[in-house]
Write a protein that binds this ligand. Structure first.
Ligand code: HEM
Length: 723
């Protein structure tokens, strides 16, 4: 079919009926409809390796051989994409940094943990120009090692080995990142419809970096962090410094780590802008099939590294860009800098005066030298007083700089892997790091049944037991494996004081459970989960079903010293649809927030539905109020929520902030409900599940499915178990 045929094809009366391309979704007519597919990404149908356990397979990887092959690749320049100075290190490091650097602490999404850089939008981001070549350079190695190493691990390892070949002593490497096979559809990258739309669209005030829309951590659509030319492309290192500080903080990096990363990153490699960016072909996602997944074809390159155009800035930062040394500081602090324009027309800084021998060599012609350059973000390291003081400390103590950088690089590339127990391989560092949220192994040999009996006799209500366990486990997010019941951090600051944890109720329950845990020789973390299980089993018994929930002991209790309290702030729930609670000042629709939370918890849509309906009837609502409980048998794990919601004997009437469910004939108010409750009867998909659970033949299914989903939530963060 040629282009003309394609244009007229829409009028053809036959041969259509499938919606097979993005942008033709029939659901676009209802842009506010809930996107429940976010719960069902990466399922077995898209995974050609269904049943394959990568985390097991990678244990058989010959790491030394792979690292040797990667090291050899660094200096094996290919004609189709020649290496600058014969070394691919800079390119590989930028690829790894842009993979890991899309992580944002607010929701734990992004990051290098899934190999998502292979797919849109990241494979085609303006900031990721030329990284298609970096990944393609790795293909022969990926092909050779096959399933024993994932793309996600390989991309980050390539950056790490690149540093090692350039002289950095790295801090270690952990394997274990399984690949996805399709882009994530739950990650919000911004609302802009245009690449590199002005920053103003995501800030309420672009001069106040903290006003950037959450959970975003980049200043413009299509960038990893900040604009290298300055805020909205206008050079001003102090303004850029403020944006660098905020964007890196949103990745969980402090000022020292930020300065180390920027300096260490730009100690090697170069920027590319030796020609017009307008000449580049389309990005990989929109390029023609003859491009075979590559994009940004450069008609002027003719196999010459020196003609590459990537960011549009042009030049190296240091005199020896293939060596990890102190060259970045020597250059930045050893010269005065002035604004200049690259051949591609981008703003950059160049030295006012520099000795010829201090200039870096041309990337492909050793007979020529060029001025070095700095981005506006590099200049920020010199002109911002806080970054400057940190750099001066690095300059005075190069070993300290090496160590700080190596640790920051390790954190960058491992941040979304979760606890250290998830790292695999011979190069896992022994040291515990605070950002890994360490938790000691807890006891396993105690008498579980006896402890459960003591909890059951403790006088705590079913709702108190269930709510406390739920609150302790619900912080878990599969996006970066943070949070969860393990560690019992619910008893520590800041969690114990979060409004959503009802501090008074929590303190009361903990005061009862703590001595029981001590007496039994169990951790408090285990005891809290067991208490929840006791509550659920009691609620099932009240509905006439005997339940014995599975439980694996061994959670540990973290201490305050093992907890970076500040870093837990993003885990604070602003909503918990399951417990019918929403922070008052929050504006997004509660059903959207619920869906987002369910995705982070790793729940499927039916699991989400049955958990919500079950928690409502158990009465574990926020504040223990009966509001929104569609049952007159509070505390029993019945299908009442679903039955009463879908009962045609009722009408549903908005009454102020809430809804009333009234008897259709008498008009008497039977129950009150929240908007979220009613969504479970009004959204077509959720209603389909609600009706299933309301069917006469499915009362037992409610208990069974609730129990399974509950156990999944309670056990989600058990990293010490084989999984
Ligand atoms: C502060 C924010 C940062 C900005 C604005 C920034 C900007 C840039 C730009 C514009 C380029 C040129 C890309 C090209 O034209 O090829 C570049 C290259 C590079 N960046 Fe950064 N960067 C930042 C942070 C980092 C960090 C944290 C690292 C790693 C730890 C890093 C590592 C690199 C490397 C190795 C290259 C060289 C790529 C090559 O040689 O092909 N950058 N950066």
């Amino acid at each position: 079919m040629d282009g003309n045929e394609m244009k007229t094809a829409g009028k053809c009366p036959v041969m259509h009926g499938a919606i097979t391309s993005e942008g033709r979704s029939v659901m676009e007519w209802w842009p506010n409809a809930l996107k429940l597919e976010i719960l069902h990404q990466h399922d077995s149908k898209t995974n050609p390796l269904a049943g394959f356990d990568y985390r097991e397979a990678v244990k058989g990887l010959d790491v030394a051989a792979l690292k040797r092959d990667l090291a050899a690749l660094m200096t094996d320049s290919q004609d189709w994409w020649p290496a600058d100075w014969g070394h691919y290190g800079g390119l590989m490091i930028r690829m790894a940094w842009h993979a890991a650097g899309s992580y944002r602490a607010a929701d734990g999404r992004g990051g290098g943990g899934t190999g998502n850089q292979r797919f849109a939008p990241l494979n085609s981001w303006p900031d990721n120009v030329s990284l298609d070549k970096a990944r393609r350079l790795l293909w022969p190695i990926k092909r050779k090692y096959g399933n024993a190493v994932s793309w996600a691990d390989l991309i980050l390892l390539a950056g790490t080995v690149a540093y090692e070949t350039m002289g950095l002593k790295t801090f270690g490497f952990g394997f274990g990142r399984a690949d996805i096979w399709a882009p994530e559809i739950d990650t919000y990258w911004g609302a802009e419809k245009e690449w590199l739309a002005p920053s103003d669209e995501r800030y309420s005030d672009v001069d106040k970096p903290e006003t950037m829309e959450n959970p975003l951590a980049a200043v413009q659509m299509g960038l990893i962090y900040v604009n290298p030319e300055g805020v909205n492309g206008k050079p001003d290192p102090l303004k850029t410094a403020a944006q660098v500080r905020e964007t890196f903080a949103r990745m969980g990096m402090n000022d020292e780590e930020t300065a180390a990363l920027t300096a260490g990153g730009h100690t090697v490699g170069k920027t590319h802008g030796n020609g017009s960016a307008a000449a580049l072909g389309p990005d990989p996602e929109s390029a023609g099939p003859e491009m075979q997944g590559l994009g940004w074809a450069n008609p002027n390159q003719h196999g010459k590294a020196a003609n590459a155009v990537t960011s549009g800035l042009e030049g190296a930062w240091t005199t020896h860009p293939t060596v990890f040394d102190m060259g970045f500081f020597d250059m930045l602090f050893g010269h005065e800098w002035e604004l200049s324009k690259s051949p591609a027309g981008a703003w950059q800084w160049e030295p006012v005066a520099i000795a010829e021998e201090d200039k870096p060599l041309d990337a492909s012609d050793p007979g020529k030298r060029h001025n070095p350059m700095m981005t506006d973000a590099d200049m920020a390291m010199k002109l911002d007083p806080v970054y400057r003081a940190i750099c001066e400390r690095f300059i005075a103590d190069p070993a300290y700089f090496n160590d700080t950088f190596a640790r920051a690089w390790f954190k960058l590339t491992h941040r979304d892997m979760g606890p250290k127990a998830r790292y695999i391989g011979p190069e896992v560092p022994a040291e515990d790091l605070i950002w890994q949220d360490p938790v000691p192994q807890g006891p396993t040999g105690y008498d579980v049944a006896a402890l459960k009996a003591r909890i059951a006799a403790s006088g705590l209500s079913t709702a108190e037991l269930v709510a406390t366990a739920w609150d302790s486990a619900r912080t878990f997010r599969q996006s970066d494996y943070r949070g969860g019941a393990n560690g019992a951090r619910i008893r520590l600051a800041p969690q114990k004081d979060w409004e959503g944890n009802e501090p008074a109720r929590l303190a009361k329950v903990l005061a009862v459970l703590e001595p029981l845990a001590a007496e039994a020789g169990a951790s408090l973390a285990d005891t809290i989960v067991l208490a929840g299980n006791v509550g659920v089993e009691t609620a099932a018994a009240a509905a006439g079903v005997a339940l014995d929930l599975p439980f694996s002991p061994g959670r540990g209790d973290a201490t305050g010293a093992m907890t970076d309290a500040e870093s837990f702030a993003p885990l604070e729930p602003i909503h918990d649809g399951f417990r019918n609670w929403l922070k008052k000042d929050y504006v997004v629709a509660p059903e959207e927030l619920l869906l987002d939370r369910a995705q982070l918890m790793g729940l499927s849509a039916p699991e989400m539905v049955v958990l919500l309906g079950g928690l409502r009837v158990i009465g574990a609502n926020h504040g223990g109020s009966a509001q929104g409980v569609l049952t007159d048998r509070v505390g029993a794990l019945t299908p009442d929520f679903f039955v009463n919601l879908t009962d045609m004997a009722n009408t549903w009437v908005k009454a102020g902030e809430h809804y009333e469910i009234r008897d259709r004939k008498s008009g008497a108010v039977k129950w009150t409900a929240t908007r979220l409750d009613l969504v479970f009867g009004s959204n077509a998909i959720l209603r389909a599940y609600a009706e299933l659970y309301a069917q006469d033949d499915n009362a037992g299914k409610v208990v069974h499915d609730f129990a399974a989903a509950w156990t999944k939530v309670m056990e989600a963060d058990r990293f010490d178990l084989a999984r």
